[in-house]
Design a protein around this ligand. Structure first.
Ligand SMILES: C=C(O[C@@H]1C=C(C(=O)O)C=C[C@H]1O)C(=O)O
Length: 404
């Protein structure tokens, strides 16, 4: 092998190589980048197959590609090929990352978010009787956490991994041109975009959400209200249909044997549907299937390209790799790719937290704002802040607005 086992990216990639540029920990165990890392040539979704094949062409048996696909298909991905990945049992646990001194700041105010939801509803209403109307859009907002010191990705990931219902992840992100700080995306996602083992694939889309409660009676009530909600079922069905339609050309058979059910993390209830299938060609890499699906209407909308354009117009902060895809793939094409939600972008002592919600005709701007507020809870707790800190911040901003 005469290619250098080093990276060709600019600073601070060396620091990211040293720290391990990707790591995933979930119910199935843990995979970390390990040793002998090379960057996969960066590029867009339309050249991914060529670049993945090239990265594996001269790699050792057991090599794995891991990293992140951005939200926008026209942006470049950030993937690494590891010659010696490390596998182990899931690691979770109390770690020393919680800094009680972290401060929460609004980036996108709840008022602005509510206005964006209202604007999306107006667009849907205008198009309602036209050809191919906008039927769903997922809008997100951000919060900032400022810590006294640099925020380290691994302890944060360990805290997030304490919830056994999620896959905790850490992936290196490309440096921004205006800053020398290494960037990371760290999160705990409950949503599996695509897993492939030999010829079998699986996807577990989520859409339709309710906040959990510490009180068991209210928690059960939130769950049963979600199960009965016509709006949430409609929102969910669009995602399932889209995934079935997209995967069917690749599959000999494909279906949802268990139907739609309820699933939960420590902070949220979701509607979820397990989709399983058998591939016609079992050598197709899992990352190619994941990229073909991305972005699903669980994070973007329908019709996809128009929803993506409206997201660009209505969201003040670029998603970058939030609502993208994170995961890994081996030389047989087996691997697991998760939807990059419930995550924060770390850079120095700052973290940008993202949360989004699906908007369909009939959505209520205030409820959607509250839903995004609830989705920050797991991250906020991992930073040592109260889980409802975002909701509290929204409530005090509202009081200020009305001059109370
Ligand atoms: C977009 C996010 O979550 C997605 C949106 C959901 C919804 O609208 O109900 C549910 C799960 C996710 O697919 C997020 O958490 O940021």
């Amino acid at each position: 092998m005469d290619q250098p086992l080093c990276n060709m990216h600019e600073f601070p990639a060396a620091e990211q190589v040293a720290a391990g540029p990707f790591s995933f920990s979930g119910p199935g165990g843990r995979l970390a980048a390990g040793h002998e890392l090379r960057p996969v040539d960066r590029g867009r979704a339309d050249s991914l197959d060529v670049r993945v094949a090239e990265a594996f062409r001269c790699s050792r048996p057991g090599a794995v590609i891991g990293g992140a696909l951005p939200f926008r298909r026209m942006d470049d991905d950030f993937l690494w090929c590891s010659q010696r990945p490390e596998y182990g049992p899931a690691t979770a646990g109390p770690d020393d990352c919680a800094s009680g001194e972290a401060v929460l700041q609004t980036e996108t105010s709840s008022r602005l978010y509510g206005e964006a939801v209202s604007e999306a509803l107006r667009v849907m209403d205008r198009e309602r009787t036209g050809r191919d109307p906008l039927r769903k859009i997922v809008l997100a907002r951000t919060l900032a956490v400022i810590a006294p010191d640099r925020i380290a990705p691994d302890p944060l990931m360990a805290r997030l991994g304490e919830d056994p219902s999620v896959t905790a992840f850490k992936v290196a992100l490309p440096a921004r041109s205006d800053s020398a700080a290494a960037r990371w995306l760290v999160g705990a996602t409950p949503e599996l975009l695509l897993e492939k083992r030999a010829g079998r694939i699986q996807s577990y889309p989520l859409a339709g959400s309710a906040r959990r409660s510490h009180d068991p009676v209210s928690d059960a009530e939130a769950c049963s209200n979600l199960a009965r909600s016509e709006k949430d079922r409609r929102e969910h069905a669009m995602v399932v249909e889209y995934i079935l339609d997209t995967l069917s050309p690749w599959c000999r058979n494909l279906g949802c044997p268990e139907g739609t059910g309820l699933t939960c993390t420590r902070s949220m209830w979701h509607l979820g549907t397990r989709i399983v299938g058998d591939l016609k060609n079992d050598t197709v890499p899992s990352v190619i299937l994941a990229s073909a699906l991305h972005p699903t209407p669980a994070v973007c909308g329908l019709p996809r390209d128009r929803a993506a354009a409206l997201i660009d117009r209505l969201e003040p902060v670029s998603r970058d790799f939030y609502a993208g895809v994170v995961g890994w793939c081996n030389q047989r094409g087996d691997g697991a790719w998760q939807v990059a939600i419930r995550c924060a972008e770390l850079s120095g002592n700052r973290a940008r937290l993202f949360a989004g919600a699906g908007i369909v005709p009939g959505s209520d701007p205030d409820s959607e704002t509250a839903e995004t507020g609830s989705k920050f809870a797991a991250l906020l707790r991992a930073f040592g802040l109260p889980g409802d800190a975002a909701l509290e911040l929204d409530a005090s901003a509202r009081l200020e607005e009305i001059g109370a």
